[in-house]
Design a protein around this ligand. Sequence first.
Ligand code: SF4
Length: 260
Amino acid sequence: MADTSIEWATKVWNPSTGCDRVSPGCHKCYALTMARRLKAMGSAKYQVDGDPRTSGPGFGLTLHPDTLTTPHGWHQPERIFVNSMSDLFHARVPLEFVQRVFETAAATPQHTYMVLTKRARRLSRVASRLEWPENLWIGVSVESADYLDRVDDLRAVDQAAVRFVSAEPLLGPLDGLDLSWIDWLIAGGESGPGARPLALEWVRDLIARCDRWGTAPFVKQLGAAWAKQHGADSKGGDWSYWPADLRVREYPLGAEAVTR
Ligand code: SF4
């Protein structure tokens, strides 16, 4: 629930915190590392420990119903990243709680909500039991071609006003990625020490796929490994260092009004 440095959002809102790793994209989960620090600092939302095999200190899945109305207090239009520190479609978030998050979005149409999940199967299973407000965008993370089925699950959520794919951390080429009915694609290399490298060709391929399917591409960062090689900022997010053809940051059609 704070201002954020994430390029595509102006606020984060965490009605739940904590999670469990589900795939290689989780290997260097920023939220897991942050939760450990926040627990040590005594932060009230991060005192429940998760399973050490999949989670960590302060990162046990926890609901925070007292925060469900927080966005009502934000009067300026905001782009809100929902659950930067969790996954709203984690199995231990009851459907009724997800419904309440959606109700908050519906009641605050001045904001745009962005929900990003790796639990695409559960998302597609429960989608018809949710009321989908126009101002809620739904996305799935896909780090490699092994997880393209998440995009198929996302495509099935035809109730959503905007569907997006986050290819971050991008760990391999997304050969075979079908972007039909996908409005937006964010691409990014991994951050942090020991980050796995990104090949620029993978990003070029994604931009070409976006052009083919009419999907808006947003290249967020080229990652820490690339940045180190090129003397750029720590996560390779400053595009003045990039090859010109990769400097692409678009938003889905119709969304420009809420993104400025
Ligand atoms: S799904 Fe997201 S929040 Fe959960 S462990 Fe993986 S990267 Fe972290």
